[in-house]
Write a new protein. Structure first.
Length: 383
């Protein structure tokens, strides 16, 4: 009989019984009421089991890719200097490739659809520069490469962001054991990491969500073209969530990655076959398989992880494709919160904190952070 047991033994026995009963009741309660406690789609949350250590290669001097190229006109030494310093304080290295002036091209060397007398000449030069970058990827037989433009900018936490992006990429592809030497894998064609925006298929239901991301700018401070679908926003607030997904389209080429496979496909489609649009629009057609394009496998984050920077001053100094005017504008880094370039003086001085370019304008994004103590949030795969 329980009453005949020593007091201490009885007490322990009673605690065990109480715990067992509590477990049964809780299990029964949640099992019967889960559908009423949570929206049905939230039952499909899946936290990735990929550990940080499997993705540590992203913290090396090539951000986990085999190589990084930066494209810029040789005479724009101002842009080269700024990007080189920015990359240095972020702990990675770039190899420079010269941009292309339209006068360096001949009509007979252009693919079908490009006409030097009808198309914006600087846009043709931009196309050729990116084709040269893809050429270099293949000539050097790089398994993966990141390609940046000379005015690219990124968050001071870019390596932590890319690690979680890689986790999301593997989750979407159903890969639970990434290679430590190739943390993004090589079974994709294009990662549209940096641009104006990107978008998923109209009826896409699978995505990776990173909620409460302090590095996500609020809607009024970023482009929203072709962003996450309304059904996604119903689960996670658009303002503070970063989404990773299979991309159907994209815009702007501030920073994107290709595999060797992807470089072959893009170079064939846009240099050997034909091109009748600016290079980013043509790449977008490939991601969507539009027209007679063979669809390639593209993935992207939204908001993007790499944006473009405009130094305070006259607009004509900004882009070498679209020549600006004498209008004076303030410093801005599009789609960034803790911009590396906006914080460059603090970073080279080894200051402990950096500032958001938007101040304290959102509840999830502090106006000032300590990068060495910053912990980037984990995401979920949604099916």
């Amino acid at each position: 009989m329980i009453s005949q047991l020593p007091y201490k033994t009885y007490k322990i026995f009673a605690i065990i019984i109480a715990l067992c009963v509590s477990y049964i009741l809780v299990s029964f309660f949640l099992g019967d009421t889960a559908d009423t406690l949570w929206p049905q789609q939230q039952l499909h949350f899946l936290r990735s089991g990929i550990r940080d250590g499997a993705l540590d290669h992203i913290f090396n001097t090539t951000l986990g890719f085999e190589h990084i190229y930066a494209i810029g006109l040789k005479e724009r030494t101002d842009k080269r200097d700024f990007l080189t310093v920015s990359a240095s304080v972020s702990g990675f290295e770039v190899e420079w490739l010269d941009g292309v002036r339209p006068q360096e091209l001949q009509q007979k060397a252009l693919p079908k659809g490009y006409n030097l007398s009808l198309t914006e000449p600087n846009a043709i030069g931009c196309w050729r520069a990116h084709m040269n970058a893809l050429n270099n990827v293949l000539l050097n037989s790089y398994s993966t490469a990141l390609i940046l433009e000379d005015d690219a900018d990124w968050d001071v936490n870019i390596k932590s962001q890319l690690r979680e992006f890689a986790r999301g990429l593997h989750s979407l592809k159903g890969n639970s054991k990434p290679s430590k030497q190739a943390p993004y894998g090589t079974d994709w064609d294009l990662l549209w990491i940096g641009g104006c925006a990107s978008g998923p298929d109209t009826n896409e239901t699978q995505y990776y969500a990173i909620p409460d991301d302090p590095t996500v700018p609020s809607v009024q401070h970023r482009g929203t073209w072709s962003g996450p679908l309304d059904s996604w926003k119903a689960i996670f607030p658009e303002d503070s969530t970063r989404f990773v997904y299979r991309a159907r389209e994209g815009c702007c080429t501030y920073g994107y990655a290709v595999t060797k496979r992807g470089a072959r496909k893009i170079l064939t489609a846009l240099a050997i076959d034909h091109i009748d649009a600016p290079v980013d629009n043509a790449m977008s057609e490939l991601c969507g398989g539009l027209g007679d394009r063979q669809r390639i496998e593209c993935f992207a984050p939204f908001p993007n992880l790499i944006g473009t920077y405009r130094q305070a001053g006259p607009a004509y100094k900004d882009s070498d494709i679209n020549n600006g005017d004498q209008t004076i504008h303030e410093e801005i880094s599009y789609n960034m919160v803790y911009s590396t370039r906006c914080n460059i003086h603090r970073l080279i001085s080894d200051e402990e904190t950096v500032f958001s370019q938007w101040g304290n304008d959102s509840s999830w994004s502090p106006g000032e952070i300590r990068p060495k103590e910053f912990v980037y949030p984990r995401g979920y795969l949604i099916n």
